[in-house]
Design a protein around this ligand. Structure first.
Ligand code: GAL
Length: 366
């Protein structure tokens, strides 16, 4: 279903790429320059929506020339796609990196060509050549997931001990450390007091990370944990998971092992992105929570940044302290996130993020 949705969303993205011809005036090129969007993959529904909203808002501001390229999680493809954008004369690059540390060389070329570079959602690391960053509050994503676990387990009321297992994102994505740190800071006191027990003892981000944000890898890691640490009849009460794609993999593993019955209910499973499959899972009573990042807000912030850059106006940023990429602190526009579960998922529809009428929700959402 995820694939069908991805294809449908891709089909909705009907922008046209208009090449600059030699006869075009410099003025037009300056006011309506080519804008490159370098995206990590079509395989996560979220990225398709990010790009399509960004292009839509840029169109609303009057821009007409776009080049969107998709690396399908291959670093080399992303590098050569950005090289092509430079050759085509892009003036702005919006980059959501596959690997935030791997683009230094091509970003230097872009900068030398006078291009302004915006890191989109994922910070571009260890390079001077990134001008701005537009994101959600990545640390608070992790806080929201962990707060949810703390609340649902009643840890503040002294309940416990409970068993928890932890998952992290991909280590080549700089967001992963913020997500994990946010969650860890909330959970640590309860681990220290013994109210939360990680039976696998796997707690370092390096150990719990999920390379490439690959759901199959998360699923097999959960399989291994259940076999190695829970075969004695103990049960896992909560699983910290940083992204919906992985949550679905973790839930499959749990169900394959017998969780999901009255006798052995599924544990609390968190997530992020409010993807369709996960909202359906929440409605079905399987995934417990997700973090909603209203991509429209981020895409609009990005479009406003681009507009300000092109018009030579002050670029809107609201965080000049947090996002240190190892070489510089990148001026950032950071957006707020919302925790979603069965009690408030309807907000996604009330806000128009999803539409009740769409066939995928038929009969499920009143
Ligand atoms: C992160 C992003 C998340 C999620 C994840 C997996 O960088 O912030 O929202 O999409 O990648 O794609």
């Amino acid at each position: 279903m995820k694939k069908i949705l991805a294809v449908a969303l891709a089909a909705l993205m009907t922008w046209t790429f208009t090449a600059c011809s030699g006869s075009e005036t410099t003025k037009a090129a300056n006011t309506d320059p080519l804008i490159g969007l370098s995206m990590p993959t079509h395989s996560d529904e979220s990225w398709i929506r990010h790009a399509s909203f960004t292009i839509q808002y840029l169109k609303d501001l009057g821009y007409t020339k776009f080049d969107d390229q998709w690396a399908e999680d291959v670093v080399e493809s992303q590098v050569s796609q950005i090289e092509n954008m430079i050759t085509k004369g892009a003036k702005i690059l919006i980059v959501a990196a596959v690997n935030g540390e791997a683009l230094g060389g091509v970003l230097k070329k872009a900068k030398d060509a006078g291009i302004t570079i915006i890191a989109y959602d994922r910070l571009l690391m260890k390079t001077e050549n990134v001008d701005y960053y537009v994101t959600f509050d990545n640390y608070k994503v992790g806080v929201a997931e962990a707060d949810y676990i703390v609340d649902k387990l009643g840890l503040k009321d002294g309940k416990g001990p409970f068993n928890i297992e932890l998952f992290g994102g991909s280590l080549d994505d700089s967001n992963s450390k913020y997500f994990y740190q946010g969650a860890f800071d909330v959970l640590k006191p309860y681990m220290d007091s013994g109210k939360l027990v990680v039976k696998s003892k796997q707690i370092n981000l390096e150990t719990v990370a999920t390379p490439g944000w690959d759901a199959a890898k998360a699923q097999s890691r959960m399989d291994n944990i259940l076999t190695a640490f829970y075969a004695d009849g103990s049960r896992v009460d909560a699983v910290l998971v940083p992204y919906d794609g992985l949550s679905i993999g973790v839930i499959s593993s749990l169900k394959n092992t017998g969780y999901g019955s009255a006798k052995l209910p599924l544990p609390i499973v968190t997530g992020q992105d409010a993807e369709v499959a996960s909202v359906l899972s929440i409605i079905a009573g399987e995934q417990t929570q997700t973090v909603w990042k209203d991509f429209r807000v981020q895409a609009k912030a990005c479009a406003d940044m681009v507009d300000a850059i092109i018009k030579g106006k002050e670029v809107p940023v609201n965080d000049t302290k947090t996002y240190d990429n190892g070489v510089k602190i990148v001026p950032t526009y950071s957006n707020a996130v919302t925790s979603i579960d069965i009690t408030n998922y309807i907000d996604l529809f009330n806000a128009g993020f999803y539409k009740k009428e769409d066939s995928v929700w038929k009969g499920l959402v009143q």
